[in-house]
Ligand binder design. Structure first.
Ligand SMILES: [Zn+2]
Length: 424
């Protein structure tokens, strides 16, 4: 082979390398790695994908987009789209693609669609691949790596709410929401947080390829509220139900939750305001007020039966719920009742019954909530309530076995306080 021929061959190779397969060697983009690892379930080995490095093009769905416009903008064939849409149940999600989600296209150097991936969630995608037999659709699920994380936080003058203190310590909205539900029977997050209250929790975080995709569940938590300490651990019973218990096996669930309005909706300056000039002059104030925007959902604090749902001059639209023989709760100044709420209706704890308003003698939107025991007004936050159901004797050993580690870790990490990983 002469030098000239050799040069021509080399140049030819360079030419091929630079024009026919642009960047095909260097573009081992992370997107293709995401598909390879971790191994997607539900895809037969024969369809292992991708076989060769390829160039994925990413499109984020914008408002008003549909797959047809995206295909034409991307220069893809409408015949391909038509064939893809014939693939049955799996591809129904493509009829209404959701703004903000990602579509990934693997397009050959000749402009043909090799594959299409649509993200269904952080741990799930729809993958459409082309073979000699045409297109095929598969749902891919990814198994995240789960880590246990410990954090703690303190209520301070600058961060007086669960939300503000939690965000400062790096807790997500979803974990804070869950924490408020774990302790909703014991603590009023709307009314009873005080400076110096503190909490710590052990919870799960899910990672995929080193990137956090979402929080898991709270495994154990401890809350010091106004001098009392409440602790909870998660337990999965033999029949698969997951619930929270005290470390010695009493259910966290009780007959009444503390706040019929979620703390996240209650005005934080609430404690400084007393909004009942009319009330106060006319009668002693025997209820609790939750200042919140008109339309804020109100839930029943316990299981029961609606005995009254009507309107009068002072209370406005109001609901009375009878809980067994002894307990009664009242909800006043509502904007409106929830659908189907009327006298005689059976109600579950936490069920939506109406919306905050300012009907009757009220100067601004708020819920006036009353709690009565044997017809006498009581403070629902101090009244003694029936003991919660403990774990059954038959499951006790299993419970202790499963939860001991959570409590130990929580205590090990939270004591002494200067060793806490986060918080103050
Ligand atoms: Zn009131």
């Amino acid at each position: 082979m002469t030098t000239a021929v050799l040069m021509a061959v080399i140049l030819g190779l360079l030419y091929i390398g630079s024009s026919d397969q642009p960047e095909s060697d260097s573009v081992q983009i992370p997107i293709s790695l995401k598909i390879d690892a971790p191994t997607p379930s539900g895809v037969p080995d024969s369809q292992a994908y991708p076989e060769a490095p390829s160039l994925w093009r990413e499109v984020t769905v914008a408002a008003g987009d549909n797959l047809s416009t995206i295909f034409s903008d991307t220069g893809l064939s409408s015949l391909d789209l038509h064939q893809i849409m014939q693939l049955g149940q799996n591809v129904q999600v493509l009829k209404k693609i959701i703004p903000g989600r990602k579509l990934l296209f693997d397009i050959s150097s000749r402009g043909e669609l090799n594959a299409l991936k649509y993200e269904l969630g952080p741990l799930e995608s729809l993958l459409i691949t082309k073979s000699d037999n045409g297109f095929a659709a598969n749902n891919l699920t990814y198994k995240p790596k789960v880590f246990q994380t410990f954090r703690s936080a303190t209520i301070t003058g600058n961060r007086p709410s669960l939300y503000e203190s939690g965000k400062y310590s790096g807790l997500s909205d979803s974990i804070l929401m869950e924490l408020s539900y774990v302790f909703q029977w014991d603590i009023s997050f709307a009314l009873d947080l005080r400076q110096g209250d503190s909490y710590s929790l052990l919870y799960e975080e899910n990672f995929l390829d080193g990137v956090k995709v979402r929080d898991g569940e709270i495994l154990s938590a401890q809350f010091n509220n106004m001098g009392k300490t409440y602790s909870a651990v998660v337990y999965q019973s033999e029949n698969g139900e997951r619930n929270y218990y005290t470390p010695d096996g009493k259910s966290m669930r009780k007959a009444f939750i503390r706040d019929p309005v979620h703390f996240s909706r209650v005005s934080s300056s609430f404690n400084l305001k007393r909004l009942h000039p009319i009330h106060k002059r006319v009668m002693p104030h025997r209820g609790i007020d939750y200042v919140a925007d008109r339309g804020t959902p109100i839930v029943a604090s316990g299981d029961g039966k609606v005995s009254i749902a009507r309107q009068n001059g002072a209370s406005g639209k109001y609901i009375v719920i009878q809980h067994g023989e002894q307990y009664t709760t009242k909800y006043m100044h509502l904007w409106k009742f929830a659908r189907g709420i009327r006298a005689g209706k059976r109600i579950k704890q936490g069920q939506l019954i109406g919306y905050v308003g300012s009907s009757g003698w009220a100067t601004a939107p708020h819920l006036h909530y009353e709690f009565l025991l044997n017809g006498v007004h009581r403070n629902p936050r101090t009244v003694k309530l029936p003991q919660a159901e403990p774990i059954s004797d038959s499951e006790r050993e299993r419970f202790l076995e499963q939860t001991a580690g959570y409590v130990e870790r929580l205590h090990g990490l939270s004591r002494p306080p200067e060793l806490a990983l986060t918080g103050e």
